[in-house]
Design a protein around this ligand. Structure first.
Ligand SMILES: Cc1ncc(COP(=O)(O)O)c(C=O)c1O
Length: 457
């Protein structure tokens, strides 16, 4: 029998995928038109597939923070798997990795957060926190406090409860979901789109006070928590004005509303501090962590709670009626520990704060002189390049024109992956990105923008 060529093997993989793989967040029409792009290998900041090598300025989905192909993580996984492939952590059982990982997270978390619950995804970490918020208020005898306020355009996950918190109508409608009376949405701190004539600082206070208005409307005695991503990644890396988070914290304290930070994207160094709460100047009561916890080498997430909340929840001798088969899995915990060790040994978070972050910001800000670019927002190694039809009025291109998609495609053809989100190009590169790679990103984006500018005439 003739030996299969590489091309035959690729076709076989693609055929199997098209026939049987239901893809997340994918229009099946795209797979009917063309086979999936199969990524076969990745190293450092680069992914390779079908003989194409691309600089991945999205680190997958903003998660492969220590870069691809780390042998030490593979070894840590193999060692843990041989030693203890699995055991659960229900009913007061533990393993050599889960406790040390929880302690390591507590070491870097804000000083008042010291208890960690493990799950498998960012969605599950948020879902866990939703239940812990309810449990906390119930144990305090405040059963009425059930309403959660999140924000327009939020993204907290794909489970049913997290979908209800999201600010994306299509995600609700497709599944017959309605946010209902227990979820309210406040204004997003998106100065570029919503700020009008206000300065960013004025608008930051204005957006925070929309939260206050929503709390008063619902009645503070009914509001359990406010939920927010420190920087709204899926909205286009929206870095809020500096006035926003401190005011949100003040309002939450005033009305006895828990403050929950969804640090799924920003946690573990992306903004140049271990957590974006430090970068943006606020302290939450709870936080959700995922992606950067293991650099997505294996799925693991964490719901972290303050001492005050832990004391209330653990203050009663009753089983916590929540958990996953793989909560605190020994192998994923070993991988996360090794990932954090790499961040520490290579000083990657400090490097973002002192070196690559400012260099990245300068490189991307230089694109603001381009006719298509309205604003380049950067925090650490997270950025959103907002396109504008009219730079003066901040008018957007109609989304149907897909200008941003075209720029993203033009960048891809030049070897660069960025993520078009509406009218924003989002970048969340690996932390090991060097100056040469940052220069390449800026140069490639400029060329891609020029291409589309020429097409627009
Ligand atoms: C801020 C935020 N929260 C939660 C999630 C959900 O995480 P996961 O996809 O791991 O469930 C995401 C995913 O991108 C996210 O960006």
């Amino acid at each position: 029998m003739a030996q299969m060529t590489d091309e035959d093997i690729l076709t076989q993989i693609q055929d199997a995928d098209r026939a049987h793989h239901l893809h997340p967040f994918t229009d099946p029409g795209a797979l009917r038109k063309a086979p999936p792009f199969v990524i076969e290998h990745a190293e450092g900041c680069y992914i390779t597939g079908q003989n194409i090598r691309l600089l991945d300025a999205m680190a997958g989905l903003g998660c492969v923070n220590v870069g691809y192909g780390r042998r030490e993580i593979a070894n840590a996984a193999a060692d843990a798997m041989e030693r203890l492939a699995y055991y659960h952590s229900f009913a007061a059982v533990s393993n050599p990795y889960a406790g040390p990982l929880a302690a390591k997270i507590a070491e870097y978390a804000p000083a008042h957060m010291n208890k960690v619950f493990f799950a498998n995804s960012g969605s599950e970490a948020n879902e866990t926190l939703i239940k812990l918020v309810r449990l906390y208020w119930a144990r305090k005898g405040e059963d009425k406090k059930r309403i959660i306020i999140s924000r327009d355009y939020a993204y907290h996950g794909s489970t049913i409860a997290t979908t209800l918190l999201n600010g994306n109508k299509a995600m609700l409608d497709d599944f017959g979901l309605k946010a209902g009376k227990d979820v309210i949405h406040a204004m997003a701190p998106f100065w570029y789109r919503l700020g009008g004539d206000m300065s960013p600082e004025e608008f930051g206070l204005h957006a925070a006070r929309d939260l206050e208005a929503k709390i008063l409307e619902a009645g503070p005695e009914n509001v359990a928590a406010f939920w927010g991503e420190p920087i709204q990644g899926t909205l286009g890396a929206v870095v809020p004005p500096t006035t926003y988070w401190p005011e949100v914290e003040r309002i939450c304290r005033k009305y006895d509303v828990l403050l929950v930070a969804d640090e799924v994207v920003t946690g573990f160094g992306r903004t140049g501090n271990w957590f974006a709460q430090e970068t943006l100047g606020f302290k939450a009561d709870m936080m959700a962590l995922a992606k950067g916890l293991s650099s997505a080498y294996l799925p693991i997430s964490a719901a972290v709670i303050s001492d005050e909340i832990a004391n209330v929840i653990e203050g009663r001798e009753a089983v916590l009626q929540h958990g996953f088969t793989t909560s605190g899995h020994p192998v994923t915990a070993a991988v996360a520990l090794k990932n954090i060790e790499i961040l520490e040994n290579e000083g990657l978070v400090t490097q973002i704060a002192n070196d690559t972050g400012p260099y990245f910001a300068r490189a991307l800000k230089s694109l603001e002189d381009h006719p298509l670019v309205g604003e380049a927002r950067v925090s650490g190694l997270m950025a959103g390049i907002e396109l504008a039809k009219n730079k003066e009025t901040r008018e957007q291109y109609p989304l149907e024109a897909a200008i941003c998609e075209h720029v993203g495609q033009a960048a891809l053809m030049r070897g660069l992956i960025v993520r078009p989100v509406g009218n924003v190009l989002v970048l969340c590169p690996p932390f090991i990105l060097n100056h040469g790679e940052i220069d390449f990103i800026a140069k490639t984006l400029r060329e891609a923008l020029d291409d589309i500018q020429t097409q627009l005439g």
